[in-house]
Design a protein around this ligand. Structure first.
Ligand SMILES: *[C@@H]1O[C@H](CO)[C@@H](O)[C@H](O)[C@H]1NC(C)=O
Ligand SMILES: *[C@@H]1O[C@H](CO)[C@@H](O)[C@H](O)[C@H]1NC(C)=O
Ligand SMILES: *[C@@H]1O[C@H](CO)[C@@H](O)[C@H](O)[C@H]1NC(C)=O
Ligand SMILES: *[C@@H]1O[C@H](CO)[C@@H](O)[C@H](O)[C@H]1NC(C)=O
Ligand SMILES: *[C@@H]1O[C@H](CO)[C@@H](O)[C@H](O)[C@H]1NC(C)=O
Ligand SMILES: *[C@@H]1O[C@H](CO)[C@@H](O)[C@H](O)[C@H]1NC(C)=O
Ligand SMILES: *[C@@H]1O[C@H](CO)[C@@H](O)[C@H](O)[C@H]1NC(C)=O
Ligand SMILES: *[C@@H]1O[C@H](CO)[C@@H](O)[C@H](O)[C@H]1NC(C)=O
Ligand SMILES: *[C@@H]1O[C@H](CO)[C@@H](O)[C@H](O)[C@H]1NC(C)=O
Length: 437
């Protein structure tokens, strides 16, 4: 019986501190970040009741509406400097929808009290009013704009109302008109540059012809017709922005009696494909949700979006930070014998120096490789080779030429992780392994 004591190196990445993320949500007083389905970090905010969460990649900032005490503000949490700043304040008003245009660096928001669409520039040195700048005033006897989305490629803002149509206008407010009038009432509109789709919920909250029902719809902005992604899907809490789009998925918030959850559906899902519930939150209400949808992914395969494409070289690749003060790079001390970089998912990745293996390049290929005092070195392919001592021969000096049984006698050896990996790397190797726990 062969006994190998195998030391497994488990590399744990810190959880509960700021580093990479794919989606983020806002709850009462915090932002919570997730990679895949794993919670990666939490940030406490000074603000309360942050809604309409939107990620601004240009400034690496989480934008949101602070609903504290009916004094609605448009604020941003800078993920690099950890600095929170409020830009717009509207006492007693309801700031509802929020969208960001990376090209003009403008935040667009709707005010349901005065039925207006407004903007605020994040360009350094821009002289904004802290009330925001008016883009479009809609006569309040007409309609009230609710949510808003920006098409940075085409240069339009799109908005939903308290009636069933979606309107649009140029980013300077001109050419205001109807995109389409159809369906029930639309909420939570988001724009996806990559597919040129608007995604939104279309909800019938009090229907004369049946129970309350809703759809998750998509609409290609420059073609007729509308596509329904999900059909007959019931829910009551649709009035805030609770939908976001990423490279591959749509994510949204759904409430049940006992918890709030993040749901996910592929952007290319066929109609009636069931979405997946990916995270449950029991002790807080999800108020906002946003995906980290990088501009380079937004324009992937899109030919005529110069406005966004030309931004890409100017974007700073912000490192992903960890540590209680969020001031330590995820790469710090990560790779033991190798160079570190942050991959597309924001996780540290190692390129190992010659002679090292493992997730963190922590395994010396020579460690315990050559048996019986054999000397280990690397060959031209950077593989370990042995110079054997005494009567020993074999790739790992495992055989004694004076021994009558010429087998690879690994039996008496204590194998290390490097041994196991090196045996695995040789296709002809046979080994028997009993792991003692
Ligand atoms: C709103 O803000 C103003 C001034 O910033 C403050 O005086 C007022 O008390 C606030 N309202 C509430 C309800 O907190
Ligand atoms: C704004 O609307 C909210 C409800 O939507 C209302 O409570 C508030 O009084 C309004 N404020 C003003 C200044 O009209
Ligand atoms: C900024 O705008 C305000 C109001 O429009 C004006 O009074 C002020 O002089 C401007 N400041 C600068 C530095 O341009
Ligand atoms: C939409 O809002 C406006 C202004 O608040 C109001 O006059 C109108 O009746 C509302 N329309 C519907 C269909 O609720
Ligand atoms: C508004 O923008 C459109 C398209 O970007 C442009 O054609 C138009 O001249 C602009 N209007 C004003 C008043 O600046
Ligand atoms: C919300 O959750 C309920 C209960 O899990 C489910 O029946 C419903 O389909 C969900 N709705 C949405 C919009 O995800
Ligand atoms: C991070 O912040 C902590 C606490 O302020 C400090 O002790 C530590 O030296 C900082 N680390 C770096 C790498 O700046
Ligand atoms: C690590 O970085 C150094 C300095 O840039 C470089 O010389 C070396 O080749 C790199 N090593 C690997 C394994 O990429
Ligand atoms: C293997 O390890 C055990 C426990 O550490 C030790 O007692 C034993 O002598 C080792 N055997 C060899 C062949 O090194």
């Amino acid at each position: 019986m062969y006994i190998a004591q195998c030391v497994l190196v488990v590399t744990a990445i810190h959880v509960g501190v700021v580093h990479s993320w794919d989606i983020a949500i806002s709850v009462k007083d915090r932002l919570i970040f997730y990679t895949d389905e794993i919670k990666t970090s939490t940030i406490s905010l000074i603000s309360r009741n942050p809604t309409s969460l939107v990620y601004d990649e240009v400034h690496n900032m989480m934008l949101y509406v602070d609903k504290q005490n009916n004094n609605d503000s448009v604020c941003g949490y800078d993920l690099s400097s950890k600095y929170n700043k409020c830009f717009v304040k509207r006492e007693g008003h309801n700031i509802h929808g929020l969208a960001f245009d990376p090209v003009t660096e403008r935040i667009f928001f709707t005010d349901t009290n005065e039925s207006s669409i407004n903007w605020f520039s994040l360009k350094p040195g821009y002289n904004n009013s802290d009330y925001g700048n008016l883009l479009i005033k809609i006569n309040s006897y007409e309609t009230t704009p609710t949510d808003i989305a920006v098409d940075s490629c085409g240069g339009y803002v799109y908005w939903t109302h308290n009636i069933s149509n979606i309107d649009r206008a140029r980013l300077n407010g001109s050419e205001r008109g109807l995109l389409f009038a159809h369906g029930f009432k639309q909420y939570s509109i988001v724009m996806d540059p990559q597919t040129q789709n608007l995604y939104y919920f279309d909800i019938c909250a009090s229907c004369s012809d049946g129970p309350a029902r809703g759809y998750l719809n998509k609409k290609k902005i420059n073609s007729a017709g509308e596509g329904v992604l999900l059909n007959h899907f019931y829910g009551s809490e649709w009035r805030s922005r609770v939908l976001t789009v990423s490279k591959d998925y749509l994510y949204w918030k759904n409430s049940t009696g006992s918890y709030d959850a993040i749901w996910r559906l592929s952007k290319n899902a066929a109609q009636h494909v069931e979405p997946t519930e990916i995270n449950k939150i029991y002790d807080d209400k999800i108020l906002g949700i946003t995906a980290k949808y990088k501009i380079k992914d937004q324009v992937q395969g899109v030919e005529d979006c110069d406005s966004l494409s030309s931004l890409i070289p100017t974007l700073v690749e912000f490192p992903d930070y960890i540590g209680e003060q969020c001031n330590v790079s995820a790469c710090d001390n990560y790779c033991v014998y190798g160079n570190c970089s942050i991959n597309d998912d924001g996780l540290p990745k190692c390129r190992c120096n010659a002679g090292y293996l493992g997730e963190r390049c922590e395994v010396n290929m020579c460690y315990n490789y050559c048996l019986d005092d054999g000397e280990c070195s690397l060959n031209e392919e950077d593989e370990p080779v042995c110079q054997c001592a005494g009567n020993n021969v074999g790739p790992r000096c495992e055989a004694d030429i004076s021994d009558t049984t010429p087998t690879n006698d690994l039996a008496k050896r204590n194998l290390t992780l490097a041994d196991i990996l090196s045996i695995w790397r040789k296709p002809s190797s046979k080994m028997y392994l009993t792991v003692e726990v």
